[in-house]
Design a protein. Sequence first.
Length: 103
Amino acid sequence: MSKQKNKEILCVEILEDKENKMFTEEQRRMIRFLRYSQFIPCEECGKKRKVMWTMLCDFEAHSMGDITFRDSGKVHPPLTPVCQDHPMGPHFPAKTPPSAKRK
């Protein structure tokens, strides 16, 4: 009989945010909280936590400075786990202007 190691399965519960007067209904609908069965690292800073948050669209997560936000330059895909130390916002790619028509 071979020995089997007890491997714990990583489970995640995806929770919708409650109504909050600080955010519009559209913002609230885009945010999800992730509750994991084990500690996992934040994709932005690496801190390990069991409760993270994410967005249902591509998003940018910022670090808090003294009063201002610092942008890491990373764009995260939907459902990427980020700890609550990072305010999030949807990522809107820059539009490239249409090329000038040649005559």
